[in-house]
Design a protein around this ligand. Structure first.
Ligand SMILES: [Zn+2]
Length: 352
């Protein structure tokens, strides 16, 4: 057990589902257990998963009240017993996919609202006790506000394009939902040499950004009546090799299943609400069509984060483009609202 100094911090806490996050003073535990790492968090991203947690899409949440956020960046202040992959002073990315190192016990924080629970990684808090295997040490000259994207958005995008889609040069891909992850997928599809990259969204500002990221075609669903005919006239005699759904909308998933080539892949990244179901005829699945539920792109943080940093440093991808706005922690509910309304095109970053 490693003693740590008394720290009180500001954190955005999910106290009740379907309510704004509450900004409250939270006390850290005074010791680190095996595999735990104390991190001063600099920036955090907000992703669809946290919106889903707030909305309760998976049903009742037995851990309330709790911290949240699963992509961030920061500096290691102290390490618990057994930690070997990071040391005090290291700059780190916080990620939700497990990587190298120990998976520690989860911490419990204290506040005037009682105990505040937390998972192996949380990032809507100024300091965090993070499990060693949710941290990756990095060394780069990139500005630290883009680093959170390596914790979820960029690694998921890379994993979906490489591991799930196995996208090859000359293939055609449709990316439905052009938010932070979708825009990064477009950049990566371009990097892989895809022929037609079709971005679909209902927000004009996102589609504009999609074009800048490398989409060869854009479809604004708020302006088309029959999306199927638009797609077939776009593709002509080409077939659609990959359809990625980032929305979790069951109608979009059904559309993707129908229009992807008979040997193509439908990849599910967005998650439907708990009770929602899709209706498909499974026959094509016996003849080469594939439907894959992506688990964060099955990426390996310790291998993929350094690669993505190299891609960013050498200009192969541009993560700065994907960040629409940086909000102070006190404005986190405004940031969440701006994501929901589509007022911002890319990722919202929280400065802690
Ligand atoms: Zn995420």
């Amino acid at each position: 057990m490693t003693k740590i100094p008394k720290i009180e911090m500001q954190a955005a806490v999910l106290v009740k589902q379907l309510r704004p996050l509450e900004l409250i003073k939270v006390k850290l535990p005074d010791k680190l257990y095996e595999g735990q790492v104390l991190v001063k968090i600099g920036y955090s991203g907000i992703c669809g998963s946290q919106l889903g947690e707030i909305d309760g899409i998976k049903g009742p949440d037995k851990y309330l009240p709790h911290l949240l956020g699963h992509e961030g960046s920061g500096v290691v202040l102290e390490t618990g017993e057994g930690v070997t992959t990071v040391k005090p002073g290291d700059e780190v990315v916080l990620h939700w996919r497990p990587g190298k190192g120990i998976q520690s016990a989860t911490p419990k924080y204290h506040s005037s609202k009682g105990i505040i629970n937390a998972g192996w990684v949380t990032s809507f808090n100024q300091y965090g006790i993070i499990s060693e295997n949710r941290l990756t040490k990095i060394s780069s000259n990139l500005s630290s506000d883009i680093l959170p994207l390596f914790g979820c958005a960029a690694t998921t995008a890379l994993g979906v394009i490489e591991n799930n889609a196995n996208l090859l040069p000359g293939q055609n891909i449709m990316i439905y939902g052009a938010g932070g992850i979708g825009l990064n997928m477009i950049q990566l599809a371009k990097l892989k040499g895809a022929k037609n990259i079709i971005a679909v969204d209902l927000h004009k500002n996102k589609l504009q950004l999609a074009r800048e990221c490398g989409a060869t075609h854009i479809i604004n669903t708020s302006q088309v009546d029959n999306i199927r005919s638009v797609i077939s006239s776009l593709l002509g005699s080409d077939k659609l090799d990959t359809f990625i759904d980032n929305t979790g909308n069951t109608k979009v998933i059904e559309l993707g299943y129908d229009i992807v080539a008979s040997t193509g892949k439908l990849i599910l990244v967005g998650v439907p609400k708990k009770d929602e179901k899709i209706q498909i005829n499974t026959l094509p699945l016996h003849f080469g069509k594939q439907m894959i539920g992506s688990e964060g792109g099955n990426c390996d943080p310790h291998k993929d984060i350094p690669r993505l940093i190299e891609y960013t440093e050498t200009g192969k991808i541009d993560l700065k483009m994907l960040i629409s706005q940086i909000y102070p922690l006190e404005k986190i509910n405004k940031a969440i609202n701006d994501i929901r309304t589509g007022a911002i095109s890319g990722r919202a970053i929280i400065s802690l």
